[in-house]
Design a protein around this ligand. Structure first.
Ligand SMILES: NC(=O)c1ccc[n+]([C@@H]2O[C@H](COP(=O)([O-])OP(=O)(O)OC[C@H]3O[C@@H](n4cnc5c(N)ncnc54)[C@H](OP(=O)(O)O)[C@@H]3O)[C@@H](O)[C@H]2O)c1
Length: 310
């Protein structure tokens, strides 16, 4: 398969973000196969990806950095061709902890800057995992400082709901460039997506496959990989069910973050730019919505700033 390139979107600060990012955040905690993420990142760059998504909490930033270094050493890309996103974990939400936490991420990644730094959750935690009452508006001051210092070219948030976005904007100098949230056929998020897009905030869609392939297969909502309506769309365009779901998100103006450690699926997940879905097909997929989440951290539901329905 030839290397595919994803188009870019312009963020509200003028920086450009490729609309397909390799996800690295699952099955990669300490103890997972040591070189799995390194290899996936290298393979992704070879397949045409220019955007990689990681986070301090994934514990895989060193591997992401090694995969990038491998690709650069081979002459596949230069650093400036890549867009690297990482995230601040919730136990470093005090304003003066943000820049040091980012410097630690940069050290693990082996980079001088990231392209995008996100507050991973609006919830703040103490080091022991209990609730902290630090306000994300305070955390955002640290994020603004990180941008001013050039350590992060763009700054944004993740898992913020509409009210939290509004409150952040009315109390800050710099508007978030991005909100990274879960979006997939079981959780289509029309209201939050429109709200962000109307404000000029780009939306990154995590867990883009929803329950299509794995996870709680017997109890989770449709669609599955063999869903007849998705299979029919796949036949029409010569694409897999996974590609149909990813294209649905692209056609809604989202930046997608499919995770794969498999070379063939890594290539498949960016081979999306020679077709598009009709309005009717987008509406058909939208009807799967059940507002059911893959990622639902209910252990935090009584903590301040829990962003989801309880
Ligand atoms: N901000 C946040 O709070 C947050 C939360 C969750 C996730 N994320 C980010 O979003 C990324 C993606 O989310 P996710 O990892 O939860 O889920 P996902 O990308 O929706 O699903 C990943 C699963 O799908 C499989 N897969 C990949 N491509 C496929 C294809 N074409 N056909 C069939 N199966 C395929 C993968 O297996 P193989 O590896 O075997 O291909 C893996 O089991 C994460 O890695 C992370 O970077 C962010």
């Amino acid at each position: 398969m030839m290397a595919a390139q994803a188009p870019v979107l312009e963020l509200n600060d003028g920086n450009k973000i490729p609309v397909v990012a390799l996800g690295t955040g699952r099955g990669t905690a300490a103890g997972a196969a040591i070189d799995e993420v390194r290899h996936a990142v290298y393979q992704a760059i070879k397949a045409g990806y220019r955007h990689i998504d990681t986070a301090a909490i994934y514990q895989d930033e060193p591997q992401v950095g090694q995969g990038i270094a491998d690709a650069i050493a081979e002459g596949l890309v230069k650093r400036e061709d890549l867009f690297v996103t990482t995230k601040l974990w919730s136990d470093k939400h005090a304003q003066d902890e943000v820049v040091p936490a980012l410097r630690e991420s940069l050290g693990r990644l082996g980079l001088d800057y990231v392209d995008l730094y996100l507050i991973h959750f609006p919830i703040a935690l103490k080091a022991d995992g209990s609730a902290s009452d630090i306000d994300y508006v305070e955390t955002w001051r640290g994020m603004e400082e990180a941008k001013k210092q050039g350590l992060a070219k763009s700054i944004g948030v993740s898992n913020f709901n509409s009210a939290q976005i509004d409150r952040l904007i009315s109390n800050s100098q710099i508007k978030p460039a991005v909100n990274q949230i879960e979006v997939n056929p079981s959780l289509t998020q029309e209201p939050l997506v429109s709200h962000c897009q109307e404000l000029g905030i780009a939306v990154m869609a995590y867990s883009p496959f929803g329950f299509l392939v794995t996870r709680k297969v017997n109890t989770s909502p449709p669609p599955r990989i063999d869903d007849p309506s998705l299979v029919a769309m796949g036949k029409k365009y010569g694409k897999s069910t996974g590609q149909i779901v990813l294209r649905y998100l692209i056609d809604r103006g989202l930046i997608i973050i499919p995770k794969s450690a498999n070379e063939q699926r890594i290539a498949e997940n960016i081979d999306l730019f020679d077709f598009s879905l009709t309005k009717e097909e987008i509406a058909t997929i939208g009807q799967f919505n059940k507002n059911i989440r893959v990622i639902e951290p209910i252990r935090w539901k009584d903590y301040p700033n829990y962003p989801f329905e309880k």
